[in-house]
Design a protein around this ligand. Structure first.
Ligand SMILES: *Cc1c(COP(=O)(O)O)cnc(C)c1O
Length: 405
């Protein structure tokens, strides 16, 4: 399809120290590094075991409902008049998004490691619900730390976590939102790292988390590559996904890294505009290399060098850091990172709902918005595969109110 220069073959990443080129690593105090190294060793040993692989594959199939289909959005493509848009339907997974993939992996890992409790923080509650679900299934106690401010805002997710039987720990210190919840959850974890497992919600944090979460999510791209090839006898020209921390995107990209003809596009939230500091979360587009949450990666910083305030209409995308592997893929030029703002995202949310009968998560609608913007500029035999990371039930009331529906 295109005459792009041959790409280097991508060696397995990260290296033994957890680096993706200059990014990643373990920028943590020694006692935490020790705990991370223990997780890394157990991960290497356990994920090689056939009984672990078999159990995870079975749960992906019978519990999550994998493989998720690829849907050719014919009416949308026709309406736009250009490239063909296809959707990888992670929105059809049990619990409605891709997060269940790595949460099941982490919960099962905890069980195989003989852990007595899984601990995590949650912001809007999506990670908390997915993890509480996985822990209920696997039969391991789950403890979620959540800022009091977020608890009051995210009623349905809080209720679901309670129903699922996890212990919800309200965090009232400081601003009582995600940052304080992270601190609180880490303190609890470090009180007994032998018996507890910390479960990070994206491809971020110290090694081995960016690698582990990627590996569990890479089922998305493995399925998609095979499904697309079987259906169309070729690979897509573009593969696109929204980027918060980067887990659904890297899960989609990994299988295509060595396919030189496939362009990889991550779509960041431009919020109210990338020219408005604090009102977007376009980390790779507007940030620079730095450190956050135990890793080196691109970071959005304020004038004092602190992680910047961020905003997106999609609460799952408002993070001032980004996975280390995305940071490296950007520098290598292997993936491109574009943006979609709140308005364009709302438009895509509505158009996909009305033309295809699929209500996307506002996070996923960023990737759809990008595809809808470029499709008219491309020929009809060009194929764009978009990872539809989740469904929009959680966003329906908000959007209806916002648009006066
Ligand atoms: C959490 C979430 C995201 C963002 O997380 P990534 O790690 O960047 O994938 C995207 N889409 C949905 C539906 C989510 O719930």
């Amino acid at each position: 399809m295109n005459a792009a220069a041959p790409l280097p073959t991508f060696a397995p990443m990260p290296d033994a120290q957890g680096f993706f080129g200059p990014y990643g690593g373990q920028l943590v105090p020694p006692h935490l590094k020790q705990a991370m190294d223990a997780i890394n060793a157990a991960y290497a040993e356990i994920t090689r075991r056939q009984d672990f692989q078999d159990e995870l594959a079975q749960l992906f199939a019978d519990y999550v409902g994998r493989p998720s289909p690829i849907f050719h959005a014919r009416r949308l493509s026709q309406q736009l008049g250009g490239a063909q848009i296809h959707l990888k339907r992670e929105d059809l997974n049990h619990t409605g998004a891709h997060k269940i993939n790595h949460c099941l992996g982490e919960a099962l890992l905890a069980k195989f490691m003989g852990k007595k409790k899984v601990i995590a923080e949650t912001g809007a509650g999506q990670h908390g619900v997915a993890l509480a679900t996985a822990c209920a299934l696997v039969g391991i106690p789950c403890e979620i730390h959540m800022g009091q401010v977020d608890i009051e805002k995210e009623h349905p997710n809080v209720t679901k976590m309670r129903i699922l039987g996890c212990k919800l720990v309200p965090v009232t210190r400081g601003a009582a939102t995600l940052k304080e919840a992270v601190d609180s959850a880490f303190e609890e974890y470090l009180s007994n790292p032998t018996d507890y497992l910390y479960a990070i919600g994206s491809v971020v944090g110290p090694h081995p988390f960016p690698m582990m979460v990627r590996d569990f999510q890479s089922i998305i791209g493995r399925e998609a590559r095979e499904q697309f090839q079987a259906k169309h006898g070729r690979l897509p020209d573009y593969v696109a996904a929204c980027v918060g921390g980067g887990s659904n995107a890297i899960g989609m990209f990994t299988a295509f890294l060595n396919d030189a003809s496939v362009k990889l596009v991550g779509v960041e939230p431009a919020g109210e505009g990338t020219d408005k500091p604090g009102r977007h979360a376009a980390t790779l587009t507007m940030g620079q290399p730095g450190e956050i949450h135990g890793m080196k990666c691109y970071v959005l910083e304020d004038a004092d060098g602190q992680p910047a305030a961020v905003h997106s209409i999609a609460s799952g995308l408002d993070y001032p850091g980004i996975g280390p592997q995305h940071s490296y893929l950007k520098d290598l030029g292997r993936a491109q990172y574009a943006t979609a703002d709140d308005q364009e995202t709302l438009g895509a949310f509505m158009q996909l709902s009305r033309v295809e009968g699929i209500i996307p998560a506002l996070e996923s609608a960023h990737a759809v918005a990008w595809a809808m913007r470029v499709a008219p500029t491309l020929p009809a035999d060009c194929h764009i595969l978009v990872n539809l990371s989740g469904r929009g039930d959680k966003d329906a009331d908000y959007v209806a109110e916002k648009l006066g529906l």
